[in-house]
Design a protein around this ligand. Structure first.
Ligand SMILES: [Zn+2]
Length: 139
């Protein structure tokens, strides 16, 4: 089922982003993050290649399973990072979902906090929020 509450458009944060096509209430399921399910070992190998091109769609489900939205993914791969996001990541029943964290106005870009590991390579953040950490990593 194709979601009608969001659309992909040019983003001020980074390349393309996902935007609300209508007002969205707090706590609503926006989209499921789908893709190929891979092991941590395979994810690590792919990240080496992804680092070279500077883009990755690998999302951590848990220590043993990662989801690579590059293969079989949907519009959820366009959700950008913000240090002050309007969506939250919910992992349940071995799946990853994005829910609205607050009321979202029609036309707003949807964002989540990627929370990259603080020990992994630092990625600069340009989210522009008042609470910006300067990096996408946790600090
Ligand atoms: Zn930021």
């Amino acid at each position: 089922m194709k979601s009608k509450i969001v659309e992909v458009k040019e983003s001020n944060i980074h390349n393309r982003g996902l935007f609300a096509l209508q007002d969205i209430d707090e706590g609503r399921l926006i989209i499921e993050y789908i893709g190929e399910r891979i092991s941590k070992k395979k994810a690590d190998l792919r990240e080496v290649e992804n680092d070279k091109i500077g883009v990755t769609y690998i999302f951590c489900l848990n220590d043993d399973c990662y989801i690579d939205g590059k293969y079989g993914g949907n519009e959820s791969i366009y959700v950008n990072h913000s240090c002050e996001p309007n969506c939250k990541v919910v992992r349940k029943n071995a799946k990853i979902y994005f829910y609205s964290k607050r009321f979202i106005n029609k036309g707003e870009e949807l964002t989540i906090d990627y929370s990259y590991d603080k020990d992994s390579k630092k990625e600069l953040c340009r989210c522009g929020s008042r609470k910006c950490r300067g990096v996408i990593n946790e600090v």
